[in-house]
Each structure stands twice: as C-alpha cells, then as structure tokens.
Design a protein around this ligand. Sequence first.
Ligand code: ADP
Length: 486
Amino acid sequence: MAPEATPQSIETRLFINGEVRAFTIFISKVSTTYQNHGVSMSKLSEATEKDVDQAVAAAKSAQPAWANLTVEQRGSYFKKFAKLIRESNDELATLEAISMGFPKSRYFHAMACAGTFDHYSEAGYDMQGTTSLNTPGFVSMTLRQPYGVVAAIIPWNVPLIMLANKIAPALAVGNTVVLKSSEKAPLTSCKIASLVKEAGFPPGVFNILSGHGHISGAALSSHMEVRALSFTGSTRTGRVIQQAAAQSNLKVIFLELGGKSPVCIFEDADLEVAADDTQHSIQGNSGQTCMATTRVYVQDTVAEKFIGLFKSKFEAVTIGDPLHPGTNHGPQADKVQYDNVLRYIEMGKKEGTLALGGSTVEGDGYFIRPTIFTNTPEDARTMKEEIFGPVVHINTFSTEEEVMEKANNTEYGLYASVYTKDINRALKFAKGLEAGTVGVNCTSPTQGRDMPFGGWKGSGIGREGMPLYTMSNFLEMKTVVVKVGF
Ligand code: ADP
C-alpha cells in the first residue's frame, strides 16, 4: 500500500531565517533502510559551512527581539507548533519509518515532542535569579540570561524526541537555535521546518539544517558565535565535538552519548516481569537505543528459567516493513549500522555462546534477528563496546558483590537496573550502580517524565529532561552587586 507521506511530498531544503534555501550539494539517497515498499528515496540538502554561517547569523540577529518577548508570547508559538505536530503525527510516523525504519505501529516520538513544547510553553516563568542582603551595604542579585545562539545536533534513532528536549528549553528562555538533523534520518526534521513556518515563529528564531556531521556538524561545533551546544549521539562524535568546542570559543556543551546498560536480576525477583522488561528494552527500535539493556546478569540459581523466559519473548517479534501495522521489529537504520552489528555478532560468536538469532532475514532490508549470547567473558570486546543492534549478553552471578562489580565494570554509565524484592538490596544497588538513571524493578526506557536524564562516566556531560535543570543549561548567570549604603 502506498504511504500518504513520501519524501517527495515534503520540502527538503534548508530552513534558514524563516525561508527555505536552495541547496548546494545533494545527498543522493536519504536512506536505503527498507527498499521494497515502493518509495524511492529523496534527495536532500547538504548544509555547507556557508549555510551554517548564514543560519547562525540569522539566529543571532533574531535573538534580542525573541528574548524580549514575554513568556506568554514565546509560549504562544510553542502551543501552535505543538498542535501542528500532533496533526502531522501520521505523516511524521511514515517519514520516520521510511527514513530509518522505526515501526509505524510503535511510533510515539511526535506526540512526545508536542507534549514537550506544550510543557515549555508555560515554563519560562520558573527561571529566576536570586537576591541577597548578606553583603552589608549592598543588594546583590543574580540574573539568568540566555546565551544567544544555541546549536543542537541530533541523532537518527529518536529524532523528534531529541529535537524537543533540546530546542524547547533553549527557546523558552530566550535563546535562538540552529538545529542539525542526522543525515540518516532527516525527513521528520524537514517536515518540522514547515511546521515552524506555519506556527509563525519569527524568522531566524528556529533554523533547521540537514547534512553530514563532518561538514555542518563540525562547523556548528567550532562556530565562534554559537555559545552553547547540545548533542546526542555516539561517544566518538561527542569527543570530537568537545575538542572542537575547546579549540574554538569554549562553548558550553551538553553531551548525551552511548551506553552499555547492565541489569542485575536476583532470584527473588518476578522473573516473568524482569524477562519481559529486559527483552523489551533491547528489542525496541531494533536495539538502536543508547540506554538499551545490553548486559543482563542473572543469579545462577534462576538462570535457566530466566533465559528460557527471555528467549521465548525476545524471539516472538514480527519482523518486516516498518510501515506495516503488524510490524514491531524494523530494520537497522542503514547499511553502515547493519554491517557494524553483523561484525559484532561474528565477534560475539567467537567470544561467547550464541543462544538465539545471530542471523539476518532473507530479502530486502537491513533486518537482524533478535540475538542472545551467553557465557561471554567480562573483558570481551562485545561486552565492552556499544553494538547498537538487537543483541544482548546474558551472564550469571552468585553474590551481590560480584554482580555490582561486573555491572560497574564499564566506561559507560547511562542506565542500570536491579530486580529484587529485598528493599535493602534494592537501595544498596540504587546507590552503588554507576549510572545517570537506576531502575529498581524496571529498566530502560522507563524514565520519570520530569526527571533528569544523562550519563555518568563516558556516557555524557550534563542532563536534560528535567525542565528546571534543562532551562538552566541554556542560561548564563550574572552577579550584580548594587551599592546602596544601608
Ligand atoms: P552515528 O554514527 O550513529 O550516526 P554520530 O554520533 O556520528 O552517530 O551522529 C550523531 C549526530 O552527530 C548526527 O547528526 C551527525 O551528523 C553528527 N556528527 C557526526 N560527526 C560529527 C562531527 N564531526 N561534528 C559534529 N557533528 C557530527
């Protein structure tokens, strides 16, 4: 069945200063994710350094007037924008399925994105400075002021959620923004650009670029007029961005990077629930989630039972066309991702025991079957590196000390979990696990809607998600001392 939305039906040029711009170079194909559904892929704009300069200049000149609006005035654009996003939900779901293979039946990103803009439409008043009379003869205060131009570089796995988490708080407190979408999933951001225009945002406030990271992403990271940058993506690219920031203007950066999330399952846990949650965590988005549970540690006394439950749930997926309503397991986002996951699977077969999957699916599309490895040594590469596919390692343990040590033996620290009915043990692990989020009797993607999200160790710098915290990320602080003589 032909989808209603196609890459040809939307504007795919750069969105700078409230207008679409003619593109400079073409990307010949958006994606080759899933080739047999009859949709030919679109050509996209490639933002050059010059385009980045123009977008930043537009954002810079729009910023003072935007910051001078009232919270309600800025919020009114957010409300219109959120409504338009909701109305476009179906089209956005189709575009994401075409772009990176996210199953349409599970698509929630646009609604979550709209909800975030709705929330931030009224949140601006929550940001205030402080006052002090503690210095005799002075009234002292702090002012919170926008940075000016904020850049956002988003990944391809959940593009609109990342877009909202970065852009809404940055705009709400008076910054203007330049967003760069991922070359692997640019279509929903292109559609969003048309909704930004329709919502009536003043020109230059919200600019949207597409293109490759080493061109426009690098230009944003090292731009002298970009004062803060929020990035979600791989740890490798996070390091490059941090270097570029340090070597240019020391812009403030927020990095949400990779993970290798452990879950510790004790014999007293509800194994059925634990198996259900953990397989859902790694299966969702075909394992292409930074916080996915990739290392499962189960107590040896219940290992056989748990692995049986996990297997039966994990293999019961419907693999196929992401546009089909029955599909819940789509392809990997592109050939690079696909090849990379297959390389790790081959490595895993040598390092441990293949207990499920480990193969592709016949026909077109980059499909990989849910895959389990057991008995893999802790120092094996596949236990250490992020695979970003539907691949999980299940190992066993016997004591609390042993599993705590294994769970924390990683350079990552995004999400970790414990399943147990013992409250003391649960809290011991909540304290002891080295991660930005710890789930007790739940695992990723479970999050508190108003809780900060981000990584310890190599999983990142800073937090997003918690409204006050995130808006604070995008505000400078100034101390004002007023000599009053009393
Ligand atoms: P992946 O390899 O899975 O695509 P990346 O971390 O490379 O993950 O991509 C996430 C985002 O970072 C994308 O928008 C990409 O274009 C961008 N990016 C890639 N390389 C760079 C770079 N050198 N500088 C800035 N952004 C980059």
